[in-house]
Write a protein that binds this ligand. Structure first.
Ligand SMILES: C[S@@+](CC[C@H](N)C(=O)[O-])C[C@H]1O[C@@H](n2cnc3c(N)ncnc32)[C@H](O)[C@@H]1O
Length: 527
């Protein structure tokens, strides 16, 4: 047992502080809304006898519960369900932050909490009603992950249980959460580690990831030139809410001007650590309301996504540099950055996307781009584009559909939904899209193969397999290209050159770079 095996203190600390701070001025140290009891009391004192008073549940906790139910019951995505729900119920500011940390944190750490709850509930967990189980998970996260004092977490969660699942289950919730709270998190993690059959299972249960993902991440770390023992830190990073990062699209928004505008609107932005286009939210209100974001001169975008896009745009190229293609463009984050860069070079962009509704999102994302730069948003299968337009483009981006194992921190439930069988279909599609891109690029032109997954089957193996079938493509130095676009002086630790890709491919990591685990391979058509 070691720090890594527990693998959670760093992430938990951050998540915990965040959760508690977010309870700040309108939430007391028990994670309760300040003033709520008083106003509730006033309301009830006039109309009801004490015995008839029903305790109103905290709106933030109720919102988090409703998100969990929709994720579990309707296969919804938490990050699509929560924001409109908060808006609808007029939950804002620190209450919204509390609800967000409670919902997302509970989902991320569900595997760990289920293992702990299984040791406190008398029947097997799969025999507990899903509604009750979600209440228990929310309670466990408050007690063990958010540092809401156990007595407050228990009483608030019991009130939620009474409101949503009835008095009987509420008693059970009370007993179970008291049992959970009797052992501190470190004690639980030590016990789960001791009781796990092997080291990988111990990491999986304490770090709250499925075992197959832990295995795949260990292999990816080793395969991309890092120590497999870093996996504990990686799981921690996956369990920590990512910082909100904006892109100031070159030529459309100047990062310094954007910072000043943001500061006037009570949004504190700091320069990104790695990408010259990146600004990181350091405090204040939601940046979505900033004029530059509202009119698409800037947008929310992970710093790793910015770096790989900048690297493609700056990769050395001889001859024409006039037509660029984004083969898998929806919803348009990278296409918008590419288009802004293309505008400054006198190039044009075709953005292709197979799903019509996502193609419309691409159009929206590119609405600030000067006229004439966007040639077309093409709605079609990227696998066919190479044959339709052979040799027609100077730079091509293949941001391939993938498992998203590199972005687990921002999709709280996805680790529990993905299965190893997803890989089969995706990796066939990835090969076909890359092959099509290599047809669409001109001789001498550059293709960037990008995934937000570090899985070797989706990165190295796809590229190796496609290249094995042809002798007209060379691998370029993606690591050098990434370094060349990184803020000067920043330490872009890309690990040991990975032998399989000739030491040329680049892999970013949440625990090293603070970005999603973006993969970048750069290729050139030689003839
Ligand atoms: C990883 S996402 C791209 C993200 C995008 N580049 C961005 O930065 O906003 C992959 C996209 O590929 C699209 N896609 C899936 N199959 C495709 C195909 N056969 N041809 C073109 N696009 C496809 C998906 O609908 C999805 O929008």
């Amino acid at each position: 047992m070691n720090d890594r095996t527990h693998g959670t203190n760093r992430g938990e600390g951050r998540g915990g502080d965040q959760g508690r701070d977010q309870g700040g001025d309108r939430r007391d140290s028990r994670g309760r809304q300040r003033g709520a009891a008083r106003s509730r009391g006033a309301q009830h004192r006039t109309s009801q006898a004490p015995s008839a008073r029903r305790r109103r549940t905290d709106p933030a906790r109720t919102a988090a519960y409703d998100v969990l139910r929709q994720v579990d019951g309707s296969d919804a995505y938490a990050n699509l369900v929560l924001p409109p729900l908060l808006r609808e119920r007029r939950i804002s500011g620190r209450d919204a932050a509390f609800a967000t940390e409670l919902a997302y944190g509970t989902l991320r750490l569900q595997g760990r909490y289920d293992a702990i709850l299984a040791r406190c509930v008398t029947r097997p967990l799969d025999q507990v009603e899903p509604e009750v189980l979600d209440v228990l998970r929310l309670g466990a996260h408050q007690v063990l992950g958010m540092r809401v004092p156990a007595h407050a977490a228990v009483s608030e969660t019991v009130a939620l249980a009474r409101d949503r699942v009835g008095a009987g289950p509420a008693q059970m919730v009370n007993a179970v959460l008291r049992a959970v709270g009797r052992t501190p998190l470190d004690g639980w993690l030590a016990r789960l580690t001791d009781e796990a059959p092997d080291a990988v299972s111990a990491l999986a249960v304490t770090g709250s990831h499925p075992v197959w993902i832990v295995r795949a991440l260990r292999e990816a770390l080793a395969g991309h030139g890092r120590g497999p023992d870093e996996v504990g830190d990686l799981l921690d990073a996956d369990n920590t809410a990512p910082r909100v990062t904006l892109v100031a699209r070159p030529g459309l928004a100047d990062p310094d001007v954007l910072r000043r505008e943001a500061s006037d609107a009570d949004v504190r932005l700091e320069p990104g650590r790695l990408a010259p286009t990146a600004l990181v939210l350091a405090g204040g209100s939601d940046p979505a309301g900033l004029p530059a974001v509202a009119d698409a001169r800037a947008g929310v975008q992970d710093e790793g996504s910015q770096l790989v896009t900048l690297a493609l745009a700056d990769a050395p190229l001889e001859g024409d540099d006039a037509r660029w293609l984004d083969l898998c463009a929806g919803p348009g984050g990278k296409a918008a950055l590419l288009a802004a860069l293309a505008a400054s070079r006198g190039a044009t962009l075709v953005a292709n996307e197979v799903q019509p509704h996502r193609a419309r999102l691409v159009e929206r994302a590119l609405r600030a781009v000067p006229p004439g730069v966007l040639e077309q948003v093409r709605t079609g299968d990227g696998r066919e584009l190479g044959a339709e337009e052979p040799g027609a483009y100077d730079r091509v981006l293949v941001d391939a559909p993938c498992t998203g194992l590199g972005a687990l921190r921002r999709r709280p439930e996805s680790r529990w939904r993905r299965t190893p069988s997803d890989l089969g279909e995706l990796t066939v599609l990835q090969r076909e899209l890359l092959a099509s891109a290599l047809e669409a690029v001109r001789v001498g032109g550059v293709v960037a193969y990008v995934t937000c997954s570090p899985h070797l089957a989706e990165t190295r193996l796809v590229v190796d397999d496609v290249l094995r079938r042809r002798d007209d493509v060379e691998r370029l130095d993606a690591r050098g290209a990434l370094r060349a676009v990184t803020v000067s002086g920043a330490d872009l630790d890309l690990g040991a050159p990975d032998g399989g890709a000739g030491g040329l491919d680049a892999q970013l990591w949440p625990h090293v770079h603070g970005t999603d685990a973006m993969h970048l391979t750069l290729l050139r058509r030689t003839r």
